[in-house]
Design a protein around this ligand. Structure first.
Ligand code: ADP
Ligand code: MG
Length: 354
């Protein structure tokens, strides 16, 4: 129980506690900073956080399974420590009027960290929502998501888009968030009940802030300045053809954004119409585009996706920023157990997440 963890660490009870889910993106990868759509869904797994505000400038954090207790002043810079995200959240809660001083925080998680399932967004959004409740503020979830994104962009130095924060702040398990990342408007779409969006970790780990995510973002910046606009996802075939004076690598990056955006709209429509074969087909195309045009997959993950389909998934793809982490596969519930057994017996490093 999170209350007990909090009590054991700080010697008194928390003032508020809450659960925030992780998320998996069904389709729409690297579109969220290029003016496109994404289609994430919330997971059953997530983070439980307990908090008690302090009236000094101290932030103390414990997290089950993480070493020691972090203790720092509110305005200290990040130190490349696991507690940076949580402390960033308290700092930005203060900057945006949700908290007046520091805080004591306890965290307990069922989400594998750094797996591309947005433990980072769950922690920042979770803390900001608790601070909102305690302050009596009526700040909406979109604003909470925007502040959570600023924590990653400005405090951590991770140039992520808005998808993760919006997904964990707004979606519930069993629903996908069809999100226009430009206008920040969205629809919640119910997922089919007879199929499961299975998440399998490849066993390959990556650090998102290790640089290759940034590299893709910078490549997109080159495309943006050539186009004279930021919404690469929205360009037409003619505009894509007009990039022929750029190096071929940049043209492929642009093509991924353009086609992935259209696939995401197609996938949301397929879910609405309960056309699961079409959803599966688009997931497979998405993976191929990430492999060939955006070049963010790994051979071991390509193989995992190929086998997921061979063993009966309607569609499968790598999910998340790339270079490791999880795949997501659309599998009929009656076939799930057998599918899992066959896939995992062939891929010894992989493990089933949820
Ligand atoms: P993810 O794909 O899970 O979002 P990130 O690399 O973006 O991976 O974020 C992981 C970071 O989030 C961790 O390094 C840590 O700072 C923070 N974090 C995640 N889970 C926890 C937790 N249970 N307790 C404390 N911090 C956490
Ligand atoms: Mg993250």
């Amino acid at each position: 129980m999170i209350k007990d963890i909090f009590n054991a660490a700080f010697g008194y009870s928390p003032e508020a506690e809450g659960f925030t889910p992780g998320r998996v993106n069904l389709i729409g990868e690297h579109t969220d900073y290029n003016g496109g759509y994404v289609l994430p869904t919330a997971l059953q797994l997530g983070l439980t956080i307990a908090i008690k505000p302090r009236d000094d400038q101290k932030v103390r954090i414990v997290s089950k399974g993480y070493d020691g207790r972090s203790e720092a002043l509110l305005d200290a810079p990040p130190t490349d420590h696991w507690s940076d995200y949580a402390r960033g959240a308290i700092l930005y809660a203060g900057k945006t009027g949700l908290l007046a001083g520091g805080a004591d925080i306890a965290v307990s998680s069922t989400l594998p960290e750094g797996a591309g399932l947005s433990s980072s967004a769950a922690i920042t959004v979770g803390i900001l929502k608790l601070a909102r409740d305690l302050s009596g503020s009526e700040m909406d979830d979109v604003t909470i998501s925007q502040i959570a994104r600023r924590i990653e962009n400005e405090f951590i130095g991770m140039p992520c888009g808005i998808m993760d924060q919006m997904a964990v702040a707004i979606a519930s398990p069993g629903q996908a968030l069809f999100l226009d990342t430009d206008a920040l408007t969205y629809d919640l779409v119910d997922l089919p009940e007879d199929h499961h969006m299975a998440v399998v970790h490849s066993g390959k780990y990556r650090l998102l802030n290790e640089g290759r995510y940034k590299e893709r973002k910078e490549e997109c910046d080159v495309v943006k300045s050539a186009l004279g606009r930021n919404d690469i996802c929205q360009i037409s075939q003619k505009e894509l053809d007009g990039l022929s004076n750029l190096d071929e690598v940049f043209q492929r990056r642009a093509r991924h954004c353009m086609t992935e955006h259209r696939r995401t709209i197609g996938a949301a429509t397929a879910v609405l119409e309960n056309d699961l074969p079409e959803l599966g087909r688009l997931m497979i195309e998405s993976h191929n585009s990430m492999r060939d045009d955006f070049e963010i997959t790994l051979p071991a993950i390509d193989q995992l996706v190929e086998d997921a389909i061979k063993f009966g998934a309607l569609g499968a793809r790598m999910t998340g920023g790339g270079f490791g982490g999880c795949i997501v596969a659309c599998v009929e519930k009656t076939r799930l157990d057998q599918w899992k057994t066959e896939l995992l017996s062939k891929h010894q490093d992989a493990f089933y997440v949820c």
